[in-house]
Design a binder for this molecule. Structure first.
Ligand code: GLA
Length: 721
């Protein structure tokens, strides 16, 4: 709900569990007066500004002063008395960069969805305009809130109101200044095969920046940061979570100053960024979601999950039953032919697996990763009858057909590169860096985007694709486009991401029933921007169940379980060499969009029966996965083992999955408190014993002792009445 006090210029935005209160101070600056648990604010504002008035704003008559560093600003600029990290830098015709943004107006609007930049749907949107007439710029701050979700969505539109060009060195999505209160920061860090590990640090004075300059949101640092009470756990404490809906270079800063004001701001990385705005032109930033929880990190995640499911992910897919995939990558790598693929398809008939995905190696002359990206026509040696023959075989056998592409890439050894050498990201006179022996296509060039859309469209239409795995296997270097003018080159990184979104938007709008799964060397571009177009993303190339407990745990901080594509693979695991029980691989993979990544022709009878049983129980539990709450109970990072529970929204059903610690002999008894259950209800566990919700929450569930390592315990809880 948005409440506005016109006279005092107070804006009170309330979401499910919070108020976000803004006010224009006597100097015309928009300040954040409060962001936190719901409060009654009558009288509070006055009290607050009076108390603080001793330190700042000594004279209401001065209209310029150098005290803006003490204001709790909602957007920040340079040269006007705020010496903290700015949110925007505007180069004006004279070369001046000072910009003093003061409140000018507000309005309630319907959000526009014309650009391909992903945005959250629905809610109520308030726009507050800040202006600096001398700099010729107006900054519209967008705030979208939802009555039933504990998150606020922010973004910014910068308008050039002058008659001259202006040049932005930086244009963040948001800025917020909060009073510091013994907080910590938490982020998701990693690398290929170990994406999104949860790490947490004390906040030091100065600035801590989380950023990616790889052209993708990256496995190294996810575009997420949380600021929380230092004592916060999964279930208690205040947590403010920030997640950018963006897939390219980003930065998120947390700065603590000398008067204990904490500034959090961020958006598109300002490093290697610039943007020209002609007179009258606008620049739209990506959205940033700010989640609030006073019930620990689980509460924060619930806010992100609910928002993304209800308002970001494609409505057609988000709550729909997901394909259960068999993917041939780890089964064959590049070494397959039509007969091998057909034998895989034959071998899964009757198991419940319903989609066959043909991975890398089906096109051009591709027998390893050094060639043919861009030549998206069937490899005649492997598939003499073309893709259609495989697709028809799937359909005839009741399976859907999915196909792997890496649309943003080109191999130097390819027909595409030969015919379109200028379509590549490179600089004349300099040999470009290769990554996995491949070059990046220039998605800032509309012709390249058209080529991608046309190529994929023709495969959808001619080969009957039901599903696409959209991969992206290298970071971007040599940032330069031959189609951009010299002065626009710093727009490259963002224009690349816009090109990507544009291709995805066009394809998803044209073929609404084709599900596109995102992928980037596993989970190297796992972010909310991709989620807007791809309801699920391959979480990691590491399919080892033990490693996956960490990866999926961290990923769930922002992204709902149904967004994580998770497959069962063989042992010894191809990435770690670890051997884990088949049941554990199934239990952990079925905590996401489920599938298999193995040679199903080699399954033993027992394993085949286990696959069948797994598909059937996955379907029974799928409603929990798609729409329930995920409650993290034991952290592989902090507690040394993994326990999570999926709970239906009405709390009548739940599924607990635990991978207990490895055995040392004569172990202690482990128990898990089942937060998230209804404390006033009785539950039947695995169809047998009955326990009260309150006992399960407060006394906890004792884990049975299991022999051997990497086992899993799965417990179904059903309310009895
Ligand atoms: C990436 C993906 C894998 C697989 C290979 C194919 O690494 O993450 O799942 O598709 O590419 O080359």
């Amino acid at each position: 709900m948005i409440k506005i006090n016109e006279e005092q210029k107070i804006f009170d935005l309330s979401g499910k569990d919070f108020n976000y209160i803004l006010a224009v101070n006597q100097f015309g600056y928009l300040e954040n007066l409060y962001f936190g648990k719901k409060i009654e604010y009558t009288g509070f504002i006055k009290n607050f500004t009076e108390a603080r008035g001793h330190g700042v704003c000594v004279s209401g008559e001065r209209n310029r002063h150098a005290d803006a560093s003490q204001f709790m600003l909602e957007y920040s600029s340079v040269g006007a008395g705020d010496f903290r990290i700015p949110s925007i830098i505007v180069n004006q015709k004279s070369g001046a960069r000072t910009c003093d943004l003061k409140y000018s107006s507000y309005k309630i609007v319907e959000k526009r969805f014309s650009s391909p930049l992903p945005k959250c749907r629905g809610g109520e949107t308030l726009v507050i305009s800040l202006t600096d007439e001398s700099a010729g710029v107006t900054v519209d701050l967008y705030y979208t809130i939802y009555d039933d979700i504990s998150a606020i969505v922010r973004s910014v539109n910068v308008k050039n109101m002058s008659n001259d060009e202006i040049y932005l060195d930086k244009a963040y999505s948001f800025n917020i200044d909060l009073p510091y209160d013994d907080y910590r920061i938490t982020g998701l860090f990693g690398a290929h095969l170990k994406e999104r590990s949860v790490e947490s640090e004390k906040i030091m004075r100065g600035t801590h920046t989380l950023s990616s300059l790889r052209g993708v949101s990256s496995a190294q640092i996810n575009p997420f940061i949380a600021v929380s009470d230092s004592y916060a756990t999964e279930n208690i404490g205040r947590v403010y979570g920030f997640n950018l809906i963006y897939s390219g270079n980003f930065e998120l800063n947390v700065s603590l100053d000398e008067i204990d004001h904490l500034r959090i701001n961020g958006g598109i990385a300002s490093e290697d960024f610039g943007w020209f705005l002609k007179s009258g032109e606008e620049f739209e930033t990506p959205e940033c979601v700010i989640a609030y929880s006073d019930k620990g990190f689980n509460g924060m995640s619930a806010a992100f999950h609910d928002l993304y499911r209800e308002h970001l992910i494609n409505e057609k897919f988000v709550y729909a039953s997901r394909p259960i995939v068999i993917n041939n990558w780890e089964a064959t790598y590049f070494n397959f032919d039509e007969n091998k693929l057909k034998s895989i398809i034959d071998s899964v008939k009757g198991t419940g697996i319903d989609t066959f995905v043909l991975d890398d190696g089906w096109f051009g002359k591709r027998n390893d990763d050094t060639t043919s990206l861009g030549d998206w026509f069937a490899n005649k040696e492997k598939l003499p009858d073309g893709l259609k023959s495989v697709s028809d075989y799937c359909h005839k056998n009741g399976l859907k057909f999915g196909l792997w592409f890496e649309p943003e890439m080109v191999s130097p050894e390819s027909e595409l590169y030969k015919h379109h050498p200028t379509w590549v990201v490179k600089i004349d006179g300099r040999s470009p860096c290769l990554g996995r022996d491949q070059l990046v296509l220039d998605l800032t060039n509309e012709k390249v985007v058209d080529f991608i859309v046309e190529t994929i469209s023709s495969h959808i239409e001619n080969d009957g694709l039901d599903y696409i795995k959209w991969d992206m296997n290298r970071s971007i270097t040599d940032q330069y486009s031959s189609t951009l003018l010299k002065e626009n080159q710093k727009e490259f990184n963002h224009r690349y991401v816009l090109g990507l979104y544009s291709a995805l938007k066009r394809i998803t709008e044209k073929y609404p029933s084709v599900l596109i799964e995102g992928c980037a060397s596993g989970g190297c571009r796992f972010d909310a921007g991709i989620l807007a177009y791809c309801p699920q993303i391959w979480t990691s190339d590491n399919s080892d169940a033990y490693s996956r407990t960490r990866i999926q745990y961290g990923t769930s901080y922002c992204y709902p379980p149904s967004a994580m594509s998770c497959h069962v693979s063989v042992c010894p695991n191809h990435q770690t060499g670890r051997v884990t029980p088949f049941e554990s691989r199934i239990a952990i993979a079925s905590l996401g969009a489920f599938g298999f990544e193995l040679d199903s022709t080699k399954l033993s009878d027992d394993e085949r029966s286990a696959v069948k049983a797994a598909c059937s129980s996955y379907r029974q539990d799928e409603v929990l996965l798609l729409g329930g709450d995920l409650i993290r109970l034991k952290s592989p990072f902090k507690d040394g083992y993994f326990a999570e529970m999926l709970v239906s929204k009405d709390k009548r059903r739940a599924k607990l999955t635990v991978m207990p610690p490895n055995s040392f002999g004569n172990d202690k008894f482990y128990f898990v408190r089942l937060y998230g259950l209804n404390e006033n209800a009785m539950y039947r566990l695995n169809g047998q014993s009955v326990a009260s919700g309150s006992a399960l929450v407060h006394r906890g569930y004792y884990l049975p002792r299991v022999s051997g390592d990497y086992n899993t315990i799965v417990v179904y809880l059903e309310q009895t009445d």
